[in-house]
Design a protein around this ligand. Sequence first.
Ligand code: ATP
Ligand code: MG
Length: 165
Amino acid sequence: MVMIHTSSPEETLHLGQLLAALLKAGDVVCLCGDLGAGKTLLTKGIAAGLGVTEDVTSPTFTVLQVYEANPPIYHFDLYRLEHADELMDIGFDEFVSGSGIAIIEWADKFSDFMPEEYLRIEIMHGATPETRTIQVQPQGNRYESLVEELKKIAGSCFRNVNTGF
Ligand SMILES: Nc1ncnc2c1ncn2[C@@H]1O[C@H](COP(=O)(O)OP(=O)(O)OP(=O)(O)O)[C@@H](O)[C@H]1O
Ligand SMILES: [Mg+2]
């Protein structure tokens, strides 16, 4: 895994843009972290990196927002969902195994329903209001190689990157 410390919203946005360059069709990104951690901001960075120009916000009430990009982005927010049945109702499995990039806020709420392999990103508040610790953890071979790539590029973009574990 890799741990990256950002010290402003812009840096987290930038990390999202770097991630966009590494993601490909069919990938799944599970985002975890408290309210206001920066899950949507990171998603915004990924979307911007893939050429999305419209505003990206938490799809808290709609649960899913699709952004037409190449590949398309399926942005989920599971915060308000209470039952796994609701996941099925919105066709969660079809999207997640589909040909776009699925980005899932509050994925930890339904961890049993996540696919076998995914990129898990946990964002934690830091000591000051604008600092965050972002832990990027691969689940499966595909994402292990993605994290290796990220280590190479993140090291030159962020002052504070810890690798290993
Ligand atoms: N280093 C940082 N990285 C990310 N966000 C930061 C940082 N510093 C401050 N912020 C602020 O924290 C907030 C993060 O909001 P965001 O909507 O991305 O959180 P979220 O995790 O999606 O929350 P929610 O669970 O409510 O959807 C923004 O207002 C952003 O400006
Ligand atoms: Mg959000």
